[in-house]
Ligand binder design. Structure first.
Ligand code: ISL
Length: 570
């Protein structure tokens, strides 16, 4: 297996809470995942990325960790984990763990110790600061900087005991670790090493571009509402690359195994990503960029979504394709546990549900990079359809609701924004079958199962060769069988076309042409001729070789055609 085996791999993200429950408590667990490995093997994925299963108060569904080396009882035991790892490996599937080390839970012993006294040896493991000069401790405006937290409010929480504030870029239950302190870094590396010794195959690193803050901490540009934008002062900060190179040396460098590392890097530019992923720099294999999933955010932010501008989306993805590939590497994703369902967001989940799910899958998977499938995406699962605030569980959604209400945004507008964009859209239980709770649990699911599971479910789709799931399976097989998919060059075609997403991949004598109509109206893709066979198609059984006419591919609503030709190397 070569060092860059992950270039031809497909990763499947499991969000354990919503994947499969085995004990009837309504929350998914490790034994549940074990019982569904058949599905993942059938799909053909190479790697599972497991969202956090560590001990956690679950304020942010496990992204608030109180013990990095224990399994949360909700999900099972270390024995259950080992059994899952062994069973996955036996099927040739690797497991990549979520690594959440920008912050811990406020219930982590490190933080409890840090909080216990100003003289605690771990005081400096977190970011403690006195109130702003001239302000009474705890008084409005006394926060050490004006930064706005990701999930609403200030990034600073006041601790009455010591009269100081601690930093939390996310929720107050997620205090930021101080990566300037070498003991913190060594503790993280030691923990990572123990997981690798246990047999895991790598890490997905949560917000790993936020770990280095600009010193001294200072105010950001003012935002409407009184707080400020600290983002430029902690995203891709001054020591970010140094820390990742150190991590690589301390954790991965001496090991024999073949790992996958992917850094989650909100706000990273293409130039940042090249630095993070250039193999010569030994940082991470790839990063999750956000430009393409922020494309529809409106003036009020994420919960103010705008119609998709396809030309803009293609320009963003094309730019990432051009910059990463020879040097550095892309990850490819539409969905994860923080994003709404792509078929509801960029597709058409009413009139062209299956076709649009497949067309979006094809344009994503056949670009250059490593594709990620988020659980249920392979079934074309849709947004949750919640209409009232009581139905939401996600702290980001609940925080945004309160904040937008306080800004006098009309309630219906907020609810529409949440219905389109809430993270809970991705978190409803996986729809395994048509039974009352979709085969997810025998109890009451922690978040309701979407009603369309009666017809939209894995059991039905695995029996149907034309299903969305069968199409994902074919895409994954194509990547495994045809090296041009993983390794070919990329050229965007028809960049200005507002309906068609088309591109060409070339490797040696193989030429792969992808033409997709991402609209509900007929379209024509004028892509220059390269004779070949139709290897994937999402509508009916047409196998017309390309081109049908002179370099013109007629495309019905949401139709995608993928042609593979062999020709003399260019
Ligand atoms: O989902 C988001 C808000 O729109 C993102 O800003 C998200 O918070 C950001 O991508 C970081 O996400 C990761 O870290 C968070 C956690 O809540 C997310 O689930 C995780 O993916 C804090 O650990």
């Amino acid at each position: 297996m070569s060092d860059d085996w992950w270039k031809s791999a497909v990763v499947y993200q499991v969000y354990p809470r919503s994947f499969q429950d085995s004990d009837g408590d309504g929350v998914g667990d490790l034994r549940g995942i074990l019982s569904r490995l058949d599905h993942l093997e059938w799909l053909g994925v190479d790697v599972i990325w497991l969202s956090p299963i560590y001990a956690s108060p679950q304020a942010d569904n496990g992204y608030d960790i109180s013990d990095y080396e224990a399994i949360d009882p909700t999900f099972g035991t270390l024995d259950d984990f080992d059994a899952l790892l062994t069973a996955a490996h036996a099927r040739g599937i690797k497991i990549v763990m979520d690594l959440v080390v920008n912050h811990t839970s406020d219930e982590h012993p490190w933080f409890l110790e840090s909080r216990s006294s100003k003289r605690s040896p771990k005081r400096d493991w977190y970011w403690w600061r006195p109130p702003r000069e001239g302000f009474e401790p705890g008084a409005p405006g006394a926060e050490p900087t004006n930064w706005r937290a990701f999930f609403s409010g200030s990034t600073w929480a006041y601790d009455e005991e010591s009269g100081e504030y601690f930093l939390h870029l996310f929720h107050p239950k997620q205090p930021d670790l101080n990566w300037e302190n070498p003991e913190v870094r060594q503790a993280v590396y030691a923990m990572m090493n123990r997981w690798l010794d246990r047999g895991v195959d790598g890490f997905r690193m949560d917000v790993i571009n936020l770990i280095s803050k600009v010193l001294p901490l200072r105010d950001g540009e003012p935002l409407p509402g009184g707080l400020g934008n600290g983002f430029p002062l902690y995203a891709c900060g001054p020591r970010n690359h140094e820390f990742l190179q150190e991590m690589h040396r301390e954790v991965f460098a001496g090991r024999e195994g073949r790992f996958l590392t992917v850094g989650e890097t909100p706000g990273a530019t293409v130039d940042d990503a090249v630095l993070f992923t250039d193999p010569a720099r030994a940082e991470v294999d790839m990063v999750f960029q956000f430009e393409h999933v922020d494309v529809d955010h409106g003036p009020l932010g994420k919960f103010d979504p705008q119609p998709l501008d396809l030309v803009r989306l293609k320009a963003i993805l094309g730019r990432w394709q051009a910059a990463l590939g020879e040097r550095g590497w892309n990850s490819l994703y539409w969905d994860n546990h923080d994003q709404p369902r792509v078929v509801s967001r960029f597709g058409d989940d009413r009139d062209h549900w299956a076709a649009s799910a497949k067309a979006l899958a094809a344009v994503l998977h056949l670009m250059r990079g490593t594709p990620y499938v988020y659980q249920g995406e392979e079934l074309g699962m849709t947004n949750a359809g919640f209409t009232s605030i009581d139905q939401y569980r996600d702290i980001e959604s609940l925080g945004a609701y309160d904040e937008l209400r306080a800004m006098d945004v009309p309630e219906q507008r907020i609810l529409d924004g949440l219905a389109a964009m809430s993270r809970d859209n991705a978190r409803t239980p996986v729809q395994w079958d048509a039974s009352p709770h979709a085969g997810f649990t025998t109890g009451t699911p922690w978040l309701p199962v979407t009603a369309n599971h009666a017809w939209l479910n894995a059991e039905a789709q695995r029996a149907d060769p034309d299903s969305v799931a069968a199409f994902y399976r074919a895409l994954i097989a194509l990547r495994h069988d045809e090296p041009v998919v993983a390794h070919g060059t990329f050229a965007m075609l028809l960049a200005e076309d507002p309906q068609v997403f088309a591109y060409r991949r070339v490797l040696g004598d193989a030429v792969l042409t992808v033409a997709a109509n991402l609209s509900g109206q007929d379209a024509t893709a004028r892509v220059d001729a390269a004779h070949g066979s139709l290897v994937l198609h999402n509508l009916g059984a047409d196998t017309t070789p390309y081109p049908a006419g002179a370099g013109e591919v007629p495309l019905g609503p949401w139709e995608v055609r993928v042609y593979l030709a062999r020709q003399a190397a260019r």
